[in-house]
Design a protein around this ligand. Structure first.
Ligand SMILES: [Zn+2]
Length: 338
């Protein structure tokens, strides 16, 4: 047992002292899909003392190709991801604490988990949650490492509140094309690379080697052999509602959160996005075609999948028919529309 960290302690920037620090640190991992699985496993093996995991989904067969903590048995049993993850992580390292929360990462929920947290990892799959994470980080002064990947593309960026520009300051360079893993796919090397970079950043921060943190916004494509690092220091916006001089933390305001309403008597759930979205329905039709039969008019598009029907209105409103719970509706919404 004493030797399990020997190779990590030999690595000078960590050393014996860094290893002891890790044992007393607490990382909150938001989402345990592909990125979250990879990050959680690496941090558990590295000996980070406490990991808190939050995720609302259960394990599905299509996850197994890249979500490294899960097995066929987990998918068969439709186990909640955080439960399957915790079991696997404790088998890997029984000496650390793991807190598992089966929940939607809405702001009040996230804030309730922040006690003692040193740094957060963004392992989510959508920008609504990322901007909320961004506001939570700024308001409660907790660093976080943004990460995203789709197809063969990945990006990451480390945000230290009151120190460098926040995610909202970088709106012009982050790419939110609406593409998701469910529409254009994803390969595991893209996931692994983003997670590896995120974990390296977290380890640097936790052992106190903050000078070595990546200051640039990094993006790459492992298939197209592209790698870019963008200097973003100058992008800090003094009027930024999240990190500027008079922050309002817009996503923490209930009015601005994505709204979900159960449409009574229609076996349907309506979702109204936090930010106005105007869909190009023709483009969306191509994107959704693999998922079911498409019907379309000038105002809306309907996609009849095997066990639900999703209707997307041009103004961004979405109604999902045939799903019993809000959580399932939300899951379908983010999977298909990003
Ligand atoms: Zn900002």
């Amino acid at each position: 047992m004493q030797d399990r960290y020997s190779r990590q302690k030999l690595f000078t920037p960590i050393g014996e002292q860094g290893q002891q620090r890790l044992a007393n640190k607490h990382v909150l991992i938001v989402g345990v899909g592909a990125l979250g699985s990879a990050a959680a496993e690496a941090l558990a093996r590295a000996g980070v003392g406490t990991l808190t995991l939050i995720d609302r989904d259960f394990v599905e067969w299509s996850n197994l190709q890249r979500q490294q903590l899960y097995t066929e048995q987990d998918a068969q049993q439709k186990l909640p991801k955080v439960i399957a993850a915790k079991t696997r992580l404790q088998a890997i390292n029984s000496t650390i604490q793991i807190h598992a929360h089966i929940a939607d990462a809405y702001s009040e929920q996230l804030i309730s988990l922040l006690d003692g947290v040193d740094i957060m990892i963004d392992a989510t799959d959508n920008f609504d949650i990322r901007f909320m994470l961004n506001d939570v980080a700024q308001k409660y002064n907790i660093p976080w490492v943004y990460g995203s990947c789709v197809g063969s593309y990945g990006a990451y960026y480390t945000i230290l509140p009151h120190s460098n520009p926040c995610l909202r300051c970088l709106l012009t360079i982050i790419s939110n094309t609406g593409m998701t893993c469910d529409t254009v796919g994803i390969i595991s090397p893209a996931v692994q690379l983003v997670a590896a970079y995120q974990v390296a950043e977290v380890l640097k921060y936790l052992v106190g080697d903050t000078d070595k943190l990546q200051k640039k916004y990094v993006m790459f494509d492992v298939w197209q052999n592209q790698h870019h690092a963008i200097a973003v220091e100058a992008m800090h916006n003094a009027d930024c509602p999240s990190c500027g001089n008079a922050p309002s933390y817009p996503t923490l305001d209930y009015q601005n959160q994505t709204k979900l309403d159960v449409l009574c008597g229609r076996d349907a759930i309506q979702i109204r996005p936090a930010q106005p979205i105007t869909y190009d329905l023709n483009q969306l039709a191509e994107q959704l075609r693999p998922h079911g039969d498409i019907q379309q008019n000038d105002y809306l598009l309907s996609c009849q999948a095997e066990d639900y029907r999703i209707v997307v209105f041009k103004d961004g409103r979405v109604v999902i028919h045939g799903v019993p719970t809000i959580a399932q509706a939300k899951s379908i919404y983010y999977r298909l529309l990003g």
